[in-house]
Design a protein around this ligand. Structure first.
Ligand code: NAP
Length: 245
């Protein structure tokens, strides 16, 4: 049952792509989605090369587009659904983050993952796993992250009620800390990014930022854990702990 089809919404890069690779390594057929067709094609080629003989597909569609449901239905029954899509704004000092920025953050992440789950619902098996990818900002209580905490905290708050409402499907979330993915490479000059990673690492019990494969390991383990539902599992190097550093 666990080796059924795994769909990663937002699976053409970073944590989603690493998660898709991990599912494929476990022998699960995989479908990844993303908006940018070139990036998606590259991801599909990379996954096929790393897991010869495993069925790998790609769907180029926005997670918020109802067409996602129609396209997923063509792939048959779905055993694992991972919701990794994000983007949008919401970071910054509270006095400077206006309603439009927070609304954009909700649209790009909370509602993208929410809508994608609704689209996929008719294709999910009765015992499917559903895993949201949220963020440590939901609970880390760092200055400048109130908007991100609202966006990710909303998803984390939905995990419990969804785990009850959609049972016996299992609903969980993995909450990453700072992870070195292409997301950071597109947004910051290398020097500023390295400085931020070093500063973050110093404050963490594990003393470093994470790699996408490390989060993928947690996502797939949780998806395969047949007696676990309704949990939010940090994969953050200890960012959820108050270390006093
Ligand atoms: N990296 C970190 O430090 C970090 C920390 C905490 C939480 N997270 C969370 O982890 C998840 C993955 O982040 P990442 O760092 O791996 O980002 P990433 O490398 O930028 O990958 C994001 C993926 O989501 C897809 N995507 C974004 N918006 C989409 C939409 N509306 N519809 C469909 N696909 C969409 C992207 O492809 P297209 O752009 O082509 O659509 C891409 O495949 C996100 O939810 C992020 O908030 C990341």
């Amino acid at each position: 049952m666990n080796k059924g089809l795994a769909v990663v919404v937002g699976g053409s890069s970073g944590i989603g792509l690493a998660t898709a690779a991990r599912f494929a390594a476990e022998g699960c057929p995989v479908v990844v989605t993303g908006r940018n067709r070139d990036r998606l094609d590259q991801a599909v080629a990379q996954l096929r090369a790393s897991a010869p003989g495993v069925s790998i597909g790609g769907i180029a569609v926005d997670a918020r587009d109802p067409q996602l449901g129609e396209q997923l239905a063509r792939h048959g029954e779905l055993q694992h659904l991972v919701l990794a899509a994000s983007g949008g704004s919401g970071a910054g000092p509270f006095s400077q983050v206006g309603a439009d920025a927070v609304r954009d953050g909700f649209e790009a992440k909370t509602l993208a993952q929410w809508t994608a789950l609704q689209s996929a619902l008719p294709s999910l098996t009765d015992h499917a796993s559903i895993t949201f990818i949220t963020a440590a900002s939901a609970r880390a209580a760092l200055p400048g992250t109130a908007g991100l905490a609202a966006v990710n905290g909303a998803l984390e708050a939905a995990v419990g009620p969804l785990a009850v409402e959609l049972a016996p499907r299992r609903v969980n979330a993995v909450s990453p800390g700072v992870i070195d993915t292409p997301w950071w490479h597109g947004r910051m000059p290398a020097e500023a990014r390295d400085a931020y990673f070093a500063q973050t690492a110093r404050a963490l019990p594990l003393g470093r930022v994470g790699q996408p494969e490390e989060v993928a390991h947690v996502v797939v383990a949780l998806a395969m854990a047949e007696f676990v539902t309704g949990v939010v599992l940090p994969a953050d190097g200890g960012a959820h702990l108050a270390t006093g550093r």
